[in-house]
Design a protein. Structure first.
Lengths: 461, 461
């Protein structure tokens, strides 16, 4: 094959018509994901409709040494789906069926392009719940969730994507189709391939089917918003809650700057405008009195005046509270279109130290930041805003800025990223978190799955 | 090195005295684990006391191409710790410290030789719980639990070992020491190495430190025993319970034969001696009334006469109920010392079909069996007894017997083993469950970790 024109023709011949295109107007939409300030044009787009399509594309591209970039809904924020070296973008968006909700075994069988919210809704219709809830759940796909091990606020109580994947069907670089696991929780038959595939950012295999564990949907869910003078005081209450045997579904924190931005974006006043920090806590369960007891315990532990606690009981009230939390990122995008979005993780006892140290550092650089995230699991979202800084100065300063953020998280026993992955934009920093021996091991594992290195090249390493 | 005598001397020189021995009387105890009818003498025993010891042994053995068999407490039942090809048994039994119970972050940091029960007790003393509860929890070590991804009855609600490992320190075949994860739940920094190491049966690396997630210990725990005319009726109640949003901590079933054997072994009468099957259900929670409601719902769903339900409230009553369940294996060992212990898994909706089909098959072979296990998660323990059969006929029949059992589990959407692993005794059957492409992939992964193949050779593959 000498040109991408020939390759397009060959792929079109292998798959049924309409699944392969090199039309630059269509390709444009596949040049980026939701990563700030990053794009690269693919050479060819394949929209697979079946595992057989995926198999054929992989076998062909492996034979000819062509890069393949698997793509879900393109909602990633570290450039995982961006074809930084060109090649074939393999979109799974049309493989979006929810094949089965099996009530008796409490599992869902889905295709990778299924939207996470649609899976949640389908489960809910059967009295079941799929707990992981990344902020982008209305638009992200479950295949992307698997590729990134997506989490979300509910991880405190319910864990991340990893805790719900019981089985996978996937295609290796050479086109072999492998299934692992199934509709059962326990499995000790050979190595746990799901364990290494989840979070591998499309570099090891293309997932074509997913068996998900579901849980009974809780009958009662309440959300409460609590104001605190400062983040330190809010976090002390978080430790108290968990040590008092209350495990809320979510414990989100938002610092003052995040609240102000959300208010400006939504053009409405926020409750408790003078607070230094808010906690947004969700409690759920099947026994109403037990849930009330938890709410009561949280109120007491927070030492708050009962008038300064908002409890949402209706879906509308709940939506209002969560809308503010979920619109922080959109507010940043609108008012500060160039920004750095980090999602470091530290042991949750170190969150206040991490944040105050980081704030001090950012102030010395005259940089404004917005911090919010998951107090219960130590995952801190840090959005640093370019603001009025010159673009060139900003770009030149980014490497040092990232390094200083990651270094601080690692020094406190944490690591670079909790949910978003390494992708393209963080790969130069992997050696801050992982030893040379570990990176060499990861590369050998990559080679075991993809000897020619055609799958999502230029990512992670 | 020409002889194991020289090797012993060289290893003794590398480690401090007393850690290395080739004394055959001592070695005897390391020739077997709890696998029926299997033993093989090691050439050398090293009892490591630190990660540095492990590092030195691995580097030396890798250089000289010597087999290393990592060993925890030796409670495995598939020959995972048996040195079938001789070599160096590397015992972690002395690395048994519980380094830290960190209340604020709710984690335990432990060495691999720590006994699972001791970790549970240490957690409980801080108001926390380590949920996985393999039947051997009084004697098995956490390192072995990690190697096998041990489960136990509580997996229905709480999952298996995998769901609690947040971080690992491990030593590769070449002596590199790698740490992965830490005191945090979310991590998207490079591939999830814990994911593939857990359940790898000592073939990929030697784990030297483990960071475990703990959960708040529930305040209320009740156990109930329910009789049913048959397993099918018992299982229908299990589905009803789970679909009614009650998620007990355990749902164990015992068929009549298992109950009779336990009664004989314990020399006491069992309740409901005429029942075809028992369910042993544990319900826990922090709100007494919510737990009572669950008990009540289970009682109603079982359609049982309230007089035929036993509810244990005191630790003594609870111990009495569980003693029967936990002594089934010991009873079998005592009365039928030669037996085949399988632990297939099927989707839980297929348990009755799987068991009745298997019973029919075993009857045609004049073989008696005892079945019990985890109704909530589809993991069925099948112990087939040699009984009066001639030893030679028994041994000759084993391959076909195993194949028939595994084939049935796989045909129903299940797999060979849920908890015990492949180890040595099942490796010839791996290709029943996994495709040739998958086995080739597993072998490439093995090579990525252990290029010379010195770690636990002859296992899994």
């Amino acid at each position: 094959m000498t040109s991408y024109h020939d390759i397009t023709d060959a792929l079109s011949g292998l798959l049924s018509p309409g699944k392969v295109t090199a039309d630059r107007e269509i390709l444009e939409a596949y040049a980026r994901d939701e990563t700030s300030d990053l794009s690269a044009m693919p050479d060819i787009l394949v929209r697979a409709e079946s595992v057989e399509d995926v198999r054929a594309v992989m076998e062909f591209c492996n034979t000819h040494g062509l890069p393949v970039i698997p793509r879900g809904a393109g909602t990633g924020v570290t450039g995982g789906a961006v074809p930084v070296r060109g090649g074939v973008v393999l979109s799974l968006e049309k493989m979006n069926r929810i094949i089965e909700i099996d009530r008796e075994n409490m599992v869902a069988v889905v295709e990778p392009g299924a939207i996470t919210r649609d899976i949640q809704d389908a489960a809910r219709a059967e009295g079941l719940m799929y707990p992981p809830d990344p902020a982008s759940l209305d638009s992200c796909s479950i295949g992307g969730n698997v590729a990134e091990n997506a989490g979300g606020p509910r991880a405190v109580r319910y864990g991340t994507t990893r805790d719900y994947v019981l089985g996978l069907e996937f295609v290796l670089a050479d086109g072999s189709v492998i299934t692992t696991g199934g509709k059962f929780v326990k499995n000790a038959t050979g190595y746990n391939l799901s364990g290494i595939l989840i979070g591998s950012e499309g570099t090891l295999a293309v997932v074509t089917k997913i068996v998900l564990r579901l849980v009974p949907a809780p009958l009662f869910t309440f959300d409460m918003l609590l104001p605190f003078p400062s983040l330190v005081e809010a976090m002390n209450v978080v430790y108290g809650i968990l040590l008092n045997r209350v495990v809320p579904a979510t414990i989100e924190f938002m610092e003052r700057d995040a609240i102000d931005l959300a208010a400006k974006f939504l053009e409405r006043e926020m409750p408790f405008p003078d607070a230094g920090a808010h906690l947004l806590i969700q409690v759920d369960g099947n026994h109403e009195q037990a849930v009330f007891n938890d709410l009561d315990a949280i109120g007491k532990l927070s030492c708050a005046d009962p008038d300064t606690i908002i409890i949402a009981q209706s879906p509308e009230q709940r939506e209002r509270l969560w809308k503010a939390r979920r619109s922080i990122r959109d507010a940043i995008k609108k008012f500060y279109p160039v920004f750095l979005a980090e999602d470091c993780v530290v042991p949750r006892s170190r969150i206040p130290e991490f944040m105050s140290d980081l704030k001090n550092y950012l102030e010395t650089k005259d940089l404004r930041s917005v911090m919010f995230g998951h107090a219960g699991d130590g995952n801190v979202h840090i959005d640093v805003l370019k603001g009025d800084m010159e673009y060139e100065a900003w770009t030149q300063g980014l490497p040092e800025l990232k390094r200083e953020i990651y270094r601080r998280a690692i020094a406190l026993g944490g690591t670079i990223t909790g949910e978003h992955g390494i992708g393209f934009i963080r790969k130069d920093y992997l050696s801050l978190a992982l030893s040379r021996d570990e990176i060499e091991l990861l590369k050998r594992i990559k080679k075991a799955f993809d000897p020619k290195g055609i799958l999502n090249p230029g990512k992670i390493f």
